[in-house]
Design a protein. Structure first.
Length: 478
């Protein structure tokens, strides 16, 4: 009897230790995000020049998504949407570039950390902006690199890591793409840019940095394998908005909001699938939480797409995912009194409807510098040659004022160049999409739903602020 009691005592004492050694069944999360990488610049999407073996490998091991859109084509509000799972206009001043994300908004990284996850990030996390009130970047505690992070992860804990980068953000080393062996003749120039040698060269320089980002993520995937965390890690690889070219970044057209996305999770995702359902970046936070067995907060406007990840189907899967909403407010300070250029849009499979809420303003900033478009050889080429007949239409597409409403028939015009909003045969489509956009704005408490507001104009700009111009007064000389 005494021997039996001793055995029972030893088993009881050993139980906690045995439980501690048992691996946590919840998945690790590795979120890889580029800076200014747009769709379809990846090998698996058919780009003839840009080679992305790491991204292509994730797609092969898991699922490739064709219709993924950012909530706003600007770094700060986009990254805020990822972390909070909320539409950009709900984040108060966080809806602007170079702003502040109020700590009152729950972020998935903090929620996971409180639930026992080991959380970290490298290089570019949330931002640019002020982290006032946060103990560290909202994306997580900063580590030197992923390898250092993995070494610090307790063996009994799942991890969540944000692998950020500044590639392919400008500036570029001029001619770096061609010097690396890229062929200018194979470059596919988008329909909204002029097909010139200078533009092709600039695109190759952009591809060069996309490939560098891809190489960096390839290294992190190897480190993941080495750490023995491969099977139960959900890996997502994407970019925060369109490429830094005229009519792309900072614009709501597909060139600014449509981005690549591939995901793998060997333990759960059937490999080699391609999904067409619409996904917003606001859907990432609830997806990560649901994968970890956590119910997303009610304030999150995004919806989990774990059902798409774990499905065995391809193509269109969830009938509810038939649309996505996009928006923008102030990017840089480039109009009198810090005025924003607010736009709201709804994108479906066949149509794209946009409403420019201040069509009297210049969409890319006042004509002295058009500051909402990053400086580049492409921008210089278009501005320098704007008077030439073959270049003038591209100048208008990128920099000219825009009407209050824009509508694009995507089957006939995938590059979104010809606005058909004023054509009678599209009246019913426009009316329907306008109503759906209004409904979304009202349901998500968009400050713009009730009309004009100067909130986004007066919100502090946390970056370097250029000299302010005062609005012209009546009678002033032009």
């Amino acid at each position: 009897m005494r021997r039996l009691l001793l055995i029972l005592l030893l088993v009881t004492l050993a139980a906690p230790a045995l439980a501690a050694d048992k691996p946590d069944p919840r998945p690790n999360i590795l979120f890889c995000i580029a800076d200014d990488w747009g769709w379809p610049n990846a090998g698996v999407y058919g780009d003839p020049v840009c080679k992305t073996p790491a991204f292509d490998g994730i797609a092969k091991n898991g699922v490739l998504f064709n219709n993924v859109f950012v909530p706003a084509p600007s770094c700060t509000p986009c990254r805020g949407g990822i972390l909070t799972g909320q539409a950009a206009h709900r984040l108060e001043e966080g809806g602007n570039l170079w702003s502040w994300l109020n700590p009152k908004f729950p972020v998935y990284t903090d929620i996971l950390e409180k639930a026992g996850y080991f959380v970290g990030q490298e290089r570019k996390g949330w931002g640019p902006g002020s982290t006032k009130g946060w103990k560290h970047n909202p994306a997580g505690k900063t580590f030197k690199n992923f390898e250092q992070f993995l070494a610090a992860v307790p063996k009994d804990k799942p991890f969540c890591f944000w692998a950020g980068t500044s590639d392919p953000h400008r500036g570029y080393a001029y001619g770096s793409g061609v010097k690396s062996g890229m062929d200018l003749d194979k470059v596919k120039v988008p329909g909204w840019l002029p097909d010139t040698k200078e533009i092709r060269n600039d695109l190759c320089d952009y591809y060069f940095e996309v490939q560098r980002f891809d190489r960096d993520i390839g290294q992190r995937l190897e480190q993941l394998k080495k750490a023995g965390r491969w099977e139960n890690t959900l890996v997502l690889m994407t970019g925060d908005h369109g490429m830094p070219f005229p009519r792309a970044k900072c614009n709501l057209y597909d060139s600014g909001t449509h981005v690549p996305l591939a995901a793998q999770w060997p333990a759960k995702i059937k490999p080699g699938r391609v999904v067409d359902d619409f996904i917003s970046f606001c859907d990432f936070a609830p997806t990560f939480l649901e994968a970890a067995g956590i119910k997303p907060p009610k304030d999150m406007t995004g919806r989990s797409f774990t059902n798409l990840l774990t499905s065995d189907k391809s193509g269109w899967i969830d009938p509810v995912r038939d649309k996505v909403f996009v928006e923008r407010e102030r990017h840089t300070v480039c109009r009198p009194n810090g005025q924003s250029y607010p736009v709201r849009g709804i994108r479906t499979k066949d149509f794209f409807y946009l409403r420019n809420l201040r069509p009297n303003l210049w969409p890319i900033g006042d004509p002295d510098v058009f500051r909402d478009c990053d400086g580049s050889p492409s921008k210089t080429e278009i501005l320098k040659r704007r008077a030439e007949p073959e270049i003038a239409p591209f100048f208008d597409l990128s920099f000219a004022k825009r009407p209050e409403e824009e509508l694009f028939d995507l089957k006939k015009d995938p590059d979104q160049i010809r606005n058909v909003a004023a054509e009678a045969k599209y009246a019913d489509v426009k009316k329907k999409l306008r109503a759906e956009l209004d409904k979304w704005m009202a349901e998500t408490a968009d400050p713009r739903a009730k009309g004009e507001t100067d909130f986004f104009d007066t919100a502090p700009y946390q970056g370097r602020r250029p000299p302010q111009k005062k609005p012209a007064k009546k009678g002033d000389k032009k």
